[in-house]
Design a protein around this ligand. Structure first.
Ligand code: GTP
Ligand code: SPV
Ligand code: MN
Length: 579
């Protein structure tokens, strides 16, 4: 047992005063014991064992249903290190404020110690942490989402380092809710929420905010990306990493089912939310998925849109904030069978109260249950990445797909990403905002330094991935999606892979390389020629406005903005002006 872990647990217990301390061993017996305990306390509801064996419903506090970006802080000694992209507080003040909240908060409760490993247990790229929490729900989720227990603790002893995460649900008062990060000391303090990214500290807090800070000093990247392998009928597999903002299609793309017109194609999931990317000795970029489970968006999941997810969540799944049918089956908007009896808050379903399932209702499930789970997902060295794909949810402007001219131009593509906000975070939905590299809520340091790091990582790669941007969400003037999306997105990935191999045509435009309508495989698709043309249209006038807006956004970063990125933007503006 690590003396450092034990010392820190004792210190946390002195502050929080729990009735008992439980060291989690990560075993099935422990998982089942906690499940039984939560069932008895009516904190979990057993779902229909015939249709959904091993599945449970959890209803969160109705005011605790999403990430809280306005209450999430990066606490560095120098304010500029956190940057204008983060809320900031001085570390001493943040510790004082958080410790006042944590003082005595676990009286009458159990303190669980959850050692976890982010990444395959024997990968040199993996990193460990320990989460202290007073929520059994969090422990169950950590079991599914990370490699917890004895093996993780053994690795912590070997590594001699771990991220310290202290969490309490507190009294659920949104006024007393904060998610604080201390990247300089690799620690996290989270109080007042039991929800997903606020409370499962291995995920966004560790694997993105703290890890991105560590990655900068160690020469790698921690990113909000899915990782997927695409195997063609010849048996050749290309791995792609895609950064889309929250609730913008990562889970769906990572387990896509090839359309009927793609016989012999296979899709293999490595990860659906987070990628740690390391330069390899051969000059390529290699990715591991630090997680071992999915905390995925439920609404919209059905046998047509995402059959793999749909099948994955038929057993041994925790559903959070979905509706219930009369026969205890989970129900959500987008499901084609069944109907809701009780809504996500347990009230008799009434459409006047809004959707039956919360728009940010989620499933938690072990990744290994996914029919498309890749046998390379546990490879200690990761998988080589052929392409990096940025994306966003844009009704207008951004075409279906385009390719950056080179890596530095690709960094501009990523830094310029904007997307409509979704229910994954509290606040307004559908508002376009800048979300560079889909990391606006997750970069643990100043974006200017982050973009500089991106440029430097690319410079160090002999064979950097090719960089692309996609948008599945372009709408017609009547508000319907122009592109069918989901499985059909493979047609776009095919063009991307062919571009990586030098086997596909493209036309040069002021924003980068685009397929001509004939370069994209639309055979067998119910899509009009006009829609395809609209999806591939680049309007120089609109793009001039967009680049000007990106320039104004970059100005917020003042002299820290990398000159190379400013140079890329200047050239981009020159190209649209000349078009
Ligand atoms: P986080 O877990 O929040 O990081 O989200 P994610 O990026 O994994 O998003 P996810 O794949 O769960 O998709 C979120 C929503 O977008 C769901 O309601 C999907 O049905 C919808 N969606 C995903 N892919 C597509 C697509 O290709 N086209 C359209 N129109 N909708 C999509
Ligand atoms: C996201 O919001 O990007 C998620 C869900 O993946 S959460 O774990 O709540 O951050
Ligand atoms: Mn996410």
């Amino acid at each position: 047992m690590s003396r450092e872990v034990a010392g820190w647990v004792a210190e946390a217990a002195r502050l929080t005063r729990p009735d008992r301390i439980v060291w989690c061993d990560g075993s099935n017996a422990e998982f089942q014991r906690l499940e039984r305990q939560m069932l008895a306390a009516r904190e979990l509801i057993a779902l229909n064992p015939a249709s959904h064996p091993g599945c449970f419903l959890y209803r969160s506090d109705p005011a605790d249903v999403a990430r809280v970006e306005h209450l999430t802080y990066v606490c560095t000694h120098n304010r500029d290190d956190a940057g204008p992209n983060n809320h900031w507080m001085a570390p001493a003040q943040a510790h004082r404020q958080m410790d006042d909240l944590f003082r005595d908060c676990m009286r009458g409760r159990t303190l669980y110690v959850v050692p976890y490993c982010m990444g395959p247990i024997d990968s040199p790229y993996s990193r460990c942490g320990v989460e202290i929490t007073d929520s059994a729900y969090v422990v169950l989720n950590m079991h599914l989402m990370t490699r917890t227990g004895r093996a993780a603790l053994a690795r912590i002893n070997r590594d001699g380092a771990f991220v310290k995460g202290l969490h309490s649900t507190g009294d659920m008062n949104p006024e007393r809710r904060f998610i604080m990060h201390f990247p300089e000391e690799a620690s996290i303090k989270s109080f007042g929420s039991g929800y997903g990214g606020n409370a499962l500290l291995g995920k966004k807090c560790h694997a993105l905010r703290i890890a991105s800070w560590q990655a900068r000093s160690e020469g790698w990247l921690a990113e909000h990306m899915l990782i997927v392998g695409i195997e063609n009928p010849q048996g050749e597999t290309h791995y792609i990493a895609c950064a889309f903002p929250s609730a913008c299609g990562k889970t769906n793309l990572s387990m896509l089912i090839p359309p009927a017109s793609y016989p012999g194609w296979k899709v293999w999931t490595i990860g659906d939310d987070i990628a740690w990317l390391h330069p390899g000795k051969d000059g390529r970029l290699y990715a591991i998925n630090p997680e071992s489970g999915y905390f995925g968006v439920v609404p919209g999941t059905n046998a047509k849109t995402n059959r793999n997810a749909y099948e994955t969540i038929r057993r041994d799944t925790i559903f959070t904030n979905v509706a219930l049918t009369a026969d205890q089956q989970p129900w959500w908007e987008g499901l084609t069978e069944g109907k809701p009896l009780l809504d996500w808050q347990g009230r008799a379903y009434d459409p006047a109260n809004g959707p039956a399932a919360h728009p940010n209702s989620r499933f938690t499930v072990a990744a290994a249950q996914n029919p498309s789970y890749s046998c390379a997902a546990d490879a200690p060295g990761g998988v080589p990445i052929s392409a990096i794909v940025f994306g966003g949810r844009r009704r207008t402007l951004a075409p279906l797909v385009y390719q950056a001219r080179d890596w530095p131009h690709g960094v501009l593509l990523g830094a310029g990403v904007a997307s409509e906000t979704t229910a994954a975070a509290t606040g307004a939905v559908g508002v376009v905002r800048r979300d560079p590299m889909a990391m606006k809520p997750f970069a643990g340091y100043n974006f200017a330094d982050y973009w500089n790091h991106w440029i430097r990582v690319g410079e160090g790669l002999a064979a950097p991935p090719k960089v692309f941007h996609v948008n599945w969400f372009r709408q017609s003037s009547t508000g319907s999606f122009l592109w069918p999306g989901f499985g059909e997105n493979l047609r776009v990935l095919r063009w991307i892979i062919d571009r990586c191999k030098g086997a596909a045509q493209a036309r040069e435009t002021p924003i980068g390389y685009l397929p001509a309508a004939t370069d994209l495989d639309t055979a067998g698709l119910q899509i009009s020629q006009a829609a395809v043309e609209e999806l591939l249209r680049v309007d120089p006038v609109l793009w001039r406005t967009e680049f000007t807006a990106i320039g104004a956004y970059f100005d917020e970063f003042r002299e820290r903005l990398p000159a190379a990125l400013r140079g890329e933007l200047t050239q981009a503006l020159r190209r649209v002006a000349a078009a």
